[in-house]
Design a binder for this molecule. Structure first.
Ligand SMILES: *[C@@H]1O[C@H](CO)[C@@H](O)[C@H](O)[C@H]1NC(C)=O
Ligand SMILES: *[C@@H]1O[C@H](CO)[C@@H](O)[C@H](O)[C@H]1NC(C)=O
Ligand SMILES: *[C@@H]1O[C@H](CO)[C@@H](O)[C@H](O)[C@H]1NC(C)=O
Ligand SMILES: *[C@@H]1O[C@H](CO)[C@@H](O)[C@H](O)[C@H]1NC(C)=O
Ligand SMILES: *[C@@H]1O[C@H](CO)[C@@H](O)[C@H](O)[C@H]1NC(C)=O
Ligand SMILES: *[C@@H]1O[C@H](CO)[C@@H](O)[C@H](O)[C@H]1NC(C)=O
Length: 511
């Protein structure tokens, strides 16, 4: 661990030298380091707490620039929160290779056993806003940014790899065409901003393929105890590409050294206190030391037919120092990969590839790559220039390609996924994979009887809202029947019990 801290510090030192060389005055702005108060532009201020007025009781003068600037800066402190995964936190550490997969990929971070790569990980909750509670039944985000590049690394070392996953290994829908609908259904009502469970139940009732993730979400693991005890999964299948261009499908998993831990329903803080009190939030964030170990890679879903293979170990040993800079402005995109890693035809992944950078350009701005935590740690030469808050010191006249005045060339082609696709017609069609219930049913049958009963109670609680009468409930019953034929009766009993107990104010479940 001492070696690793030294390594992280070494990386920081390189970056600081880079800033100092280029821009001393900028450094002052960035670090806010004057010993006295100033305006944003460094004018000294002696009146942080006194407006400039006409006489001691008179109106404020417009020329009171100092206080204006204070207020106007306050008004601009927020950037748009993420629509999904708004609430979260981050921690830093490193990834270390423990097993050899160099015959599957030439990706630089896997090049040798013992190789370490600095990372930052953002954990989050999907559907609540930034100030919302962290203990609701909802998937958790588990996004890892690997800083694979270095100033000296050659082109095929790559630069940033964002492995943007969740704690649950499967998802609600198969086609990104429905992602906006899923999120609208999971988010609060547009009428009153409340979150009745029936909206989500309604949406899922049209999606038999969601029953697999339901078998996780309504199970105990649907409310993790904290971020130290959750699995992570790439959710999607990716490809690994070998030096000879051979493609292997993989799914990545993170398994916590400390094991999984959930909150049972009775442990959940009272719904009256919707906003987390300081203690609870602090507990969740105060992690340091090892929280995760063992990344595994399995070839293609379903996992039970493809045993996991250990690849490496993730160690998180450093908390972030500034939430806004290192968690709110921390920006991921599954499109950021390394040579030796590729995508797959997963229609949800394909939309995520374009959607994430779009989100960050909107939230942070087109130059979000200049925020320290997002900065590539490798040389960059793209055609991007200018734009708001561009702090690059771009020099020279040749900002186009090709040019006889520039010797910058595209790199030599490296192996990529050049496998055949098609030929195909242009189609908009459903994914005709029909095995929606087998894994969900197997998972349910693997629970002990108390765990089965909790699962049934939660679904019954959700469906007990009268809004689910008719179609929504009958569609759920048909899916539950196909998961396990014992489920519809049990869920119906749970609905009756919930109705008797609390009338129509069903609160269990929901997104
Ligand atoms: C930008 O780069 C040029 C050429 O290397 C250098 O002369 C100049 O000082 C740099 N400017 C800043 C603000 O770093
Ligand atoms: C304003 O700040 C000064 C210190 O700069 C302090 O002496 C004074 O009591 C403060 N006044 C008020 C109203 O807070
Ligand atoms: C990679 O090597 C392992 C043994 O080290 C072997 O089991 C596996 O089949 C190899 N995979 C490929 C794609 O060659
Ligand atoms: C976490 O991983 C373990 C080991 O693969 C598995 O048994 C467990 O079901 C996983 N939990 C979730 C929530 O996926
Ligand atoms: C795909 O790439 C590999 C090497 O990366 C190469 O050997 C092979 O010829 C390529 N296939 C096609 C169809 O271009
Ligand atoms: C699904 O689509 C593929 C390709 O279009 C086709 O070959 C297959 O028969 C279809 N399967 C089902 C169950 O419809």
């Amino acid at each position: 661990m001492i070696t690793m801290l030294a390594r992280i510090l070494a990386v920081c030192a390189i970056l600081q030298i880079a800033i100092a060389q280029n821009s001393d005055p900028l450094d002052d702005v960035l670090t806010n380091n004057a010993a006295y108060f100033t305006t944003n532009f460094g004018q000294p201020v002696f009146s942080e707490n006194r407006s400039l007025t006409v006489g001691p009781r008179g109106p404020v003068l417009l020329e009171d620039y100092e206080i204006q600037e204070k207020l106007f800066s306050l008004n601009r402190e927020r950037i748009p929160e993420r629509v999904v995964h708004a609430r979260g936190t981050a921690a830093k550490g490193y990834f270390e290779v423990t097993d050899d997969i160099t015959n599957l990929t030439y990706a630089s971070i896997f090049s040798s056993i013992g190789k370490q790569t600095p990372v930052i990980v953002r954990f989050s909750i999907v559907s609540v806003s930034t100030g919302g509670p962290e203990w609701i039944r909802d998937p958790r985000g588990f996004a890892v940014k690997f800083y694979a590049g270095s100033p000296q690394g050659g082109p095929t070392q790559g630069c940033i790899w964002d492995l943007v996953g969740n704690n649950l290994p499967v998802f609600f829908i198969r086609d990104g065409a429905q992602f906006a609908d899923l999120i609208h259904a999971a988010k609060p009502s547009p009428v009153n901003s409340l979150s009745p469970g029936w909206r989500f139940a309604d949406f899922l009732s049209w999606h038999p393929e969601s029953m697999n993730v339901v078998s996780y979400l309504f199970d105990d693991v649907g409310i993790p105890a904290d971020y130290r005890h959750i699995n992570g999964s790439s959710v999607h299948t990716y490809s690994l590409i070998s030096g000879s261009g051979k493609v292997t499908f993989v799914k990545f998993h993170w398994l916590p050294t400390l094991g999984e831990k959930s909150l049972l329903d009775q442990d959940i803080p009272s719904l009256v206190s919707k906003f987390p009190n300081g203690d609870f939030a602090t507990t969740q964030r105060a992690f340091c030391g090892v929280i995760g170990e063992f990344g595994w890679v399995a070839q293609i879903w379903p996992e039970d037919q493809f045993p996991m293979k250990r690849v490496g170990k993730l160690t998180l040993n450093q908390n972030i120092a500034n939430y806004f800079n290192e968690a709110e402005q921390l920006a991921f995109s599954p499109s950021h990969i390394l040579p030796g890693i590729g995508f797959t035809d997963d229609k949800l992944l394909q939309w995520r590839l374009v959607s994430y950078d779009d989100t960050q350009r909107y939230r942070i701005g087109p130059n979000f790559r200049f925020v320290e935590v997002n900065r590539p740690r490798c040389p960059v030469h793209s055609s991007a220039q200018n734009g708001p808050l561009n702090i690059a010191n771009q020099t020279g006249e040749i900002n186009y390609f090709p040019s006889q005045f520039s010797n910058q060339e595209p790199v030599a082609q490296f192996p990529y996924d050049n496998s055949t696709v098609g030929p195909g017609l242009r189609v908009r069609t459903i994914i005709n994979k029909t095995d929606d219930f087998a894994q969900a049913g197997d998972r349910y049958r693997s629970f002990d009887s108390a765990r089965k009963a909790r699962f049934v109670t939660r679904i019954g609680g959700m469906l007990s809202d009268p809004m689910n009468a008719g179609g929504i409930t009958s569609r759920w019953m048909s899916y539950l029947q196909q998961m396990d034929s014992s489920l519809p009766n049990q869920v119906q009993n749970a609905i009756n019990t919930a109705k008797a107990a609390m009338g129509s104010s069903a609160i269990a479940g929901g997104g």
